[in-house]
Design a protein around this ligand. Structure first.
Ligand code: CP3
Length: 343
């Protein structure tokens, strides 16, 4: 790693050191809010685009070129590794991941192969190409956390109440354990491959972990997320969930250096909840980008001020960019955060 990369504002904040400005990137910064994304995706299905290293490289770099954000995030999806091992699934536009045969039994779990690096050569190639182009801008690799990935496998698609997922968790703990152990191995390998190819940080997305209470999180979710994070070494790790206020102290114990705070949780509350040993990331409401610019920037300023109290603070939205977002607003937001005086 070059010293300019290692001394970048993003990696400094992630390590709990003091950067010269608050680093900023946006979850789902690459995607439908960008006209250049819609153009290169024309006629290409989501999963096919994730399997094409050249397209992945172009899409990953688009928001870096347009916004000058402090980090890129690898363009892929949390279900891509399942696709790579042969699970019959698709990503339906406007819906999300849809699984042909939901997983409900030990036999269903056993039928899912483990992920080996040779099954995802396009990921290695894509990461290498991106890192070469990015030069001193860090690339964040990512994977889905076992609970969130399991929810798609068990429900067969997106869910509001996670009824089938919880039925399995409470009613068939042996199947649950086998399934989450399997996914933890797949997610760990997916992260290791990205780090090996040059990603300089990783984020574990447990977007739907907020569906369970702290006691169930500790027993049925945390051990598997911890096992993924434990198997990734040498780079800063970010751990993120939505509706996670009650889970933050437990999430902070899973082994990541940074915990992502969703926008419903006041940032000062989040900083206290994760404790002094970890940095935070977040947490502007993605809908505030639709407010008048001065209102958006005023809220962003408050988040930066609050973030000073944390071990480290990486500015982000409190969840992904909304597809109808005006890119010019994100450009103004990026410039505002990067030029905000920290001294
Ligand atoms: O953040 C980034 O810029 C990197 C790319 C990225 C995507 N998905 C691209 C994508 C990342 C990090 C993800 C992770 C992901 N995928 C999560 C965790 C993060 C989160 O948002 O909470 C989840 C839950 C998924 C599952 C998934 N995939 C959903 C819910 C959807 C949206 C469905 C829809 O159409 O509204 C997808 C598809 C998807 N993944 C798109 C993108 C850009 C949209 C599909 C398209 O552009 O055609």
């Amino acid at each position: 790693m070059t010293s300019r990369l290692s001394e970048s504002a993003f990696l400094k904040a992630a390590r709990g050191e003091r950067p010269d400005h608050t680093p900023v990137w946006f979850m789902r910064q690459a995607g439908r809010s960008l006209p250049e994304y819609l153009k290169v995706r024309e006629g290409v299905a989501m999963l096919d685009s994730c399997l094409d290293a050249d397209l992945v490289t172009e899409i990953t770099l688009q928001p870096v070129r347009r916004y000058g954000v402090d980090a890129a995030i690898f363009f892929s999806d949390i279900v891509l590794p399942l696709k790579a091992v042969g699970v019959d699934l698709d990503i339906k536009p406007g819906v999300g991941p849809v699984v042909a045969r939901p997983v409900r039994s030990l036999a269903d779990v056993a039928a899912i192969p483990d992920l080996t690096p040779d099954a995802i050569p396009m990921i290695t190639r894509g990461v290498r190409q991106i890192v070469a182009e990015l030069d001193s801008t860090p690339l964040i690799g990512f994977a889905g956390a076992p609970f969130t990935v399991a929810s798609y496998l068990v429900e067969g698609g997106p869910s509001k109440d996670y009824a089938q997922t919880k039925a399995l968790m409470y009613g068939a703990p042996d199947v649950w354990h086998a399934l989450l152990t399997k996914i933890a191995g797949i997610s760990a390998t997916f992260l290791q491959v990205q780090v090996e190819a040059g990603a300089s940080a990783v984020q574990l997305f447990d977007s739907w972990a907020g569906a369970v209470d702290p006691a169930d999180y500790e027993r049925f979710v945390l051990p598997y997320s911890r096992s993924v994070l434990d198997r990734v070494a040498g780079v800063p790790k970010i751990h993120f969930g939505v509706n996670s206020a009650m889970l933050l102290p437990l999430m902070a114990s899973a082994g990541a250096d940074v915990v992502g705070i969703d926008w419903r949780t006041p940032l000062d509350y989040g900083i206290d909840a994760v404790g002094p040993a970890v940095a935070v990331q977040g947490n502007l409401d993605p809908a505030l980008v639709f407010a008048p610019t001065e209102v958006m920037l005023e809220r962003a300023g408050r988040i930066i001020e609050t973030g000073r109290r944390a071990r480290g603070h990486i500015f982000n939205l409190g969840h992904g960019v909304i597809p109808s977002t005006d890119p010019d607003q994100l450009k103004r937001l990026t410039e505002f955060v990067q030029s905000y005086p920290l001294a």
